[in-house]
Design a protein around this ligand. Structure first.
Ligand SMILES: Cc1cc2nc3c(=O)[nH]c(=O)nc-3n(C[C@H](O)[C@H](O)[C@H](O)COP(=O)(O)OP(=O)(O)OC[C@H]3O[C@@H](n4cnc5c(N)ncnc54)[C@H](O)[C@@H]3O)c2cc1C
Length: 385
C-alpha cells in the first residue's frame, strides 16, 4: 500500500507539538503503512507494532513522567490519533481507546494505589480496553445488565459486554456493571478487571466492514471475582466515570475521522497529479481542482473544531458542546471526503490496491461508536436550545 501521500500540512501547532507530530507522522509512514493492508485483510493487529507504539511513548501520552509516561496533554493524544488515522484508523483506535478513555479514566478517577499499580503498566506494555456496551444497551448505555454482587471483600461480576475494542490485545479492562439494578444509573460502578481474572473471558471477535485490524469482541463475565479495591471512582459513580470519559473520548474519535479524511485527501491529490486523461494531469482540470479544494476546506473546518474542543478540555473549560459538534461534523466530513477520494481515483479507488478503498470503509464507524451521530445531535440540541 502506498505511503507517500498521507496527510495535509498541519498548521496551528507549537514547536513542541510540531516535533511530536513529525515523529508520529514518520512512524505512521515507516512502520504502520507497510502493514496496513495485511492487517486489514487478516483482521489482525500486529503485536510488534503495538510494542513499537509503547516504545515511542504513544501509549502513555498523558501519563505523568513519575508513572513512566510522556507527561503530555490530551491535545497531544488527539494529534497522535489524527496522524495515525491518516494511514490506518484501526491502529489509531488502539492508541485512542487506550489514552483517551482508559488512561484518562484512571488519571481522573483512580486512587493513588490504583495509579501506582496500573499507570506504569499502561505506559509500558499493557493495552487498555473500555467495556460499557451490551447487547441491550448501546445508545441507552445505562440500561446495562451486567451485575456486580458483593461477596466478602470481592464484587462478583456476571454478564456480557459487546463490541469491545482492543479486547484481544488488552491486559486491563474498565468494566461497567450495576451493584443495584433498582437504583437505575445510580447503581452503575466501574471496575478495573485484569485479563487473567478468574471468570473473565474474551469471546467472539466481530467480522467488520471497516477498522478490521482492530479487535472488537464480546466479553464474558461468569462470576468474575474482582476485589473491592478495584472499584474505579466510587460505588454507584460509574455513570459519572462513563459520561466524563466519553465526553472527552469523542474528541479522539473526531480526530480519528479528521486524520482519515486527511489521508484520503492526500491520496486523491497525488493521483490527480499523476494521472493523465485527455492529454493533461487530472489536477489541471478546474472541476478536479474545485473538488480537492472543497475537500481541503471541509478538512480544515473539522480540524479547527477538533483542536478547539481538545484545547478547551486541556484548559479546564467547558467543552461538551464543542466535542459533540466536532465528532458529528468530522464523521460526516470523513465519509464525504473518503467517498470523493474513491471517485478521484476512479477504478483504482474501488480496488484494494488503493488505500482509499479501506479509508472509505473505515469512515463509517465514526457515526456509530462513542455515541452515534443522532446521540451527538441530541447532546448539541440540549446545549443550544
Ligand atoms: C467497531 C465498534 C467498536 C466499538 N467499541 C466499543 C468499546 O470499545 N466499548 C464499548 O463500550 N462499546 C463499543 N462499541 C459500541 C458502540 O459504542 C455502540 O455500537 C454505539 O453506542 C451504538 O449502540 P448500538 O449499536 O446499540 O445502537 P443503538 O443504540 O441500538 O442505535 C441504533 C440506531 O438508533 C438510533 N437511536 C438510538 N436511540 C435513539 C433516540 N433516542 N433517538 C433517535 N435515534 C436513536 C441510533 O442513533 C442509531 O442510529 C463499539 C461498536 C463498534 C461497532
Amino acid at each position: 500500500m502506498s505511503s507517500e501521500a498521507v496527510g495535509v500540512p498541519v498548521t496551528q501547532l507549537s514547536e513542541d507539538e510540531k516535533l511530536f507530530t513529525d515523529a508520529v507522522r514518520a512512524f505512521a509512514r515507516d512502520e504502520v503503512a507497510p502493514l496496513t493492508r495485511r492487517m486489514d485483510e487478516e483482521q489482525h493487529m500486529d503485536s510488534a507494532l503495538v510494542e513499537k507504539m509503547f516504545a515511542l511513548g504513544l501509549m502513555g501520552i498523558e501519563i505523568p513522567e513519575e508513572y513512566g509516561g510522556s507527561g503530555g496533554s490530551f491535545f497531544d493524544a488527539v494529534l497522535a490519533v489524527e496522524l495515525l488515522s491518516a494511514v490506518d484508523p484501526a491502529v489509531a483506535l488502539v492508541v485512542d481507546v487506550h489514552n483517551t478513555l482508559v488512561t484518562n479514566a484512571l488519571l481522573r478517577w483512580g486512587n493513588e494505589e490504583q495509579k501506582r499499580k496500573y499507570l506504569p503498566r499502561l505506559a509500558a506494555n499493557t493495552v487498555g480496553a473500555y467495556a460499557l456496551s451490551e447487547a441491550g444497551s448501546g445508545s441507552d448505555a445505562f440500561a446495562l445488565e451486567t451485575r456486580a454482587e458483593m461477596h466478602g471483600n470481592d464484587y462478583v461480576l456476571t454478564g456480557r459486554k459487546l463490541w469491545i475494542s482492543n479486547a484481544r490485545e488488552a491486559g486491563l479492562f474498565i468494566v461497567f456493571a450495576t451493584v443495584d439494578a433498582s437504583a437505575g444509573y445510580k447503581g452503575i460502578t466501574a471496575f478495573l478487571v485484569e485479563k487473567d481474572a478468574a471468570g473473565f473471558t474474551v469471546g467472539r471477535k466481530e467480522d467488520k466492514l471497516g477498522i478490521r485490524a482492530s479487535s472488537t469482541c464480546e466479553l464474558i463475565l461468569d462470576e468474575c471475582a474482582v476485589p473491592a479495591a478495584q472499584v474505579l471512582g466510587a460505588v454507584g459513580k460509574g455513570y459519572k466515570v462513563a459520561i466524563e470519559t466519553l465526553n472527552e473520548g469523542r474528541i479522539g474519535i473526531a480526530a480519528q475521522m479528521l486524520g482519515l479524511a486527511e489521508g484520503a485527501w492526500g491520496h486523491a491529490v497525488k493521483h490527480a497529479k499523476d494521472r493523465k486523461q485527455f492529454g493533461k494531469a487530472l489536477v489541471e482540470f478546474q472541476a478536479m481542482q474545485f473538488q480537492l479544494a472543497e475537500m481541503a476546506t471541509e478538512i480544515e473546518a473539522a480540524r479547527l473544531m477538533v483542536y478547539n474542543a481538545a484545547r478547551l478540555r486541556d484548559s479546564g473549560r467547558e467543552f461538551r458542546k464543542e466535542a459533540a459538534m466536532a465528532k458529528y461534523f468530522a464523521s460526516r466530513m470523513a465519509e464525504r471526503v473518503a467517498s470523493l477520494a474513491v471517485e478521484v481515483l476512479g477504478g483504482l479507488g474501488f480496488v484494494k490496491d488503493s488505500p482509499v478503498e479501506k479509508l472509505y470503509r473505515d469512515a463509517k464507524i465514526g457515526a456509530i461508536y462513542e455515541g452515534t451521530s443522532f446521540m451527538q445531535l441530541a447532546a448539541i440540541a440540549k446545549s443550544v436550545l
